[in-house]
Design a binder for this molecule. Structure first.
Ligand SMILES: [Zn+2]
Length: 367
């Protein structure tokens, strides 16, 4: 919530307002203290009632495609494949060698700027992949986590790094979630299973380097087809894939794994790693209030506990529309008109609208 300075000072001395909490991540917050957006689909019964959706656009589940260790020789291939399927990808880059050594592998900053400009996400995989930890002059894990973020932010205009992928390999025991949680909103681990939707350890999100799109049904713990199967316990969770250098047959296999999303795009939200982590943590701590509920005007206020300057990714809110509203328009604060959708469920009309938590009241009118 953006408050006038005088008001902030006053509130700091008094009781906490909703939205005044400014958490970097939910590390250390027990899941029972997080708000209760249910895993089941919610369809409010009365006109004007509203609910926060579990995932963006009320999709069943989330899926993220992440690429490690730069592998700059694959950038063009990925950008082309992603554009064909309207996918948003995440690169976790090792910063030490960028525009410095082995350009085919590490890439140049201009290439990473182009990746960002194409709508993808560039996040941190440390400075040296912890390879430097074998040397006496190593500056430590905090430096690995902090300096990589600073380098990316300084060299890619517009980008703000918020996520880390812990490097594997020989020095992986140097990784430290206690340090990461002071710098990042979320970190990707390497436990090769799917994630649930709620109660997540955001400093150790599960991710699989052998993507399972239902072609390995014996490994149900990693089977991402179950994320969109209403009969499965895994229904409505979050799957994260990890890729490295790909060539030859692996390119065909990777295309199949990208088609898995594209063929199921009505059910999946294909999210960058950090967008999914932002959405989930805002959602986990959200409070949605219907401030005004009239036949010609509905006013909503959405707040969360997260840092307002980083958690700007909107939450999708579902509103039961009053009779006679075939469509609607919405505006948050002084902002632009928002994109809205109308969907039907059991004969009733519902509106979907994306609202930024702590971004001011949102007004809905018919039309
Ligand atoms: Zn790596």
């Amino acid at each position: 919530m953006k408050l006038p300075l005088a008001l902030v000072t006053f509130c700091a001395a008094g009781s906490l307002l909703a939205g005044e909490k400014q958490l970097l991540n939910l590390s250390g917050i027990p899941s029972k203290e997080r708000m209760n957006v249910p895993v089941e689909y919610v369809w409010p019964e009365n006109a004007g009632e509203a609910a926060v959706c579990l995932w963006k656009d009320d999709k069943a589940a989330a899926i993220s495609y992440t690429i490690d260790d730069n592998c700059a020789m694959n950038i063009d291939w990925w950008l082309n494949e992603a554009a064909q399927r309207e996918m948003k990808l995440t690169w976790f880059v090792v910063t030490g060698g960028i525009s410095n050594s082995n350009p085919a592998m590490n890439g140049e900053w201009s290439q990473w700027q182009a990746v960002y400009d194409a709508g993808h996400s560039v996040e941190s995989h440390t400075v040296t992949h912890l390879g430097g930890a074998s040397k006496p002059e190593w500056k430590g894990i905090e430096w690995e986590y902090e300096d990589s973020k600073e380098a990316i932010d300084a060299n890619i205009a517009g980008n703000t790094v918020t996520a880390l992928a812990y490097p594997g390999g020989g020095n992986s025991s140097k990784n430290d979630a206690e340090v990461a949680k002071e710098i990042y909103i979320a970190a990707r681990g390497t436990r090769g299973t799917t994630n649930g939707a709620r109660g997540l350890d955001y400093m150790s999100i599960n991710a699989m380097s052998r993507p399972n799109i239902g072609d390995n049904p014996k490994a149900s713990f990693s089977d991402c087809s179950l994320l969109i199967d209403p009969e499965s316990k895994a229904y409505r969770g979050w799957g994260v894939f990890i890729y490295h250098y790909i060539k030859g047959d692996n390119m065909d296999k990777t295309r199949e794994q990208m088609d898995f999303y594209y063929n199921n795009r009505d059910d999946f939200w294909c999210a960058s790693f950090s967008d999914a982590a932002k959405y989930a943590q805002s959602r986990d701590t959200s409070t949605l209030e219907v401030v005004e509920n009239g036949n010609n005007r509905i006013v909503l206020n959405l707040t969360d506990w997260m840092k307002d300057d980083l958690y700007t990714y909107p939450l999708t809110v579902k509103v039961r529309l009053p009779d006679g509203w075939n469509g609607f328009r919405a505006k948050q604060g002084e902002g632009e008109e928002l994109t809205t959708q109308v969907i039907e469920h059991e004969g009733a009309k519902y509106g979907l609208v994306d609202i930024v938590p702590d971004g001011g009241q949102t007004v809905l009118i018919p039309g």
